[in-house]
Design a binder for this molecule. Structure first.
Ligand code: RB5
Length: 143
């Protein structure tokens, strides 16, 4: 599976650790940056990641910024994106099981690296439940 990943300056170290972990598990990773801790604007990497998910160039996405909110707000402006913000293993599971998030967003300044790695693994291995949740996610887009 091919996964896209992006971060702003607050999430570079976590992003690199996630890339290393997932490459070790056999995932193909596409890095949308940023790759330095120089201050930058999260939207400059979130939009390219979202477009790649929408175009099917990557199957899923992962995004990190300080709080996760800037990334989530930007990503969710794209019609084909359901970006879910998670800050615990249980929320990472539910954001797939109930919301079928195709991008996982995490708050690098408010979650430990260990927690973020666990959230990524949980989100990737949890199945969408469908049923009533399918109906609910179909009602999200604005015409
Ligand atoms: C950067 O200082 C910070 O604003 C950003 O990482 C993020 O938290 C925005 O939502």
């Amino acid at each position: 599976m091919k996964i896209g990943i992006c971060c702003d300056h607050a999430g570079v170290d976590y992003k690199n650790a996630i890339i290393e972990m997932l490459k070790g598990k056999g995932y193909e990773m596409v890095n949308f940056g940023t790759d330095t801790t120089d201050s930058m604007d999260y939207s400059d990497v979130a939009h390219p990641l979202a477009s790649a998910v929408e175009a099917g160039e990557v199957e899923l996405g992962i995004a990190l910024c300080g709080t996760g909110n800037g990334m989530a707000m930007t990503l969710n402006h794209h019609k084909g994106i359901r970006a879910g913000l998670a800050w615990s293993k249980d929320i990472a599971a539910l954001v797939k099981e109930h919301n079928n998030a195709n991008v996982l967003v995490m708050p690098a300044r408010f979650a430990t690296l260990e927690c973020c790695l666990e959230m990524v693994n949980t989100w990737l291995t949890t199945e969408f439940a469908g049923g009533r949740h399918q109906r609910r996610i179909e009602k999200i887009p604005v015409a």
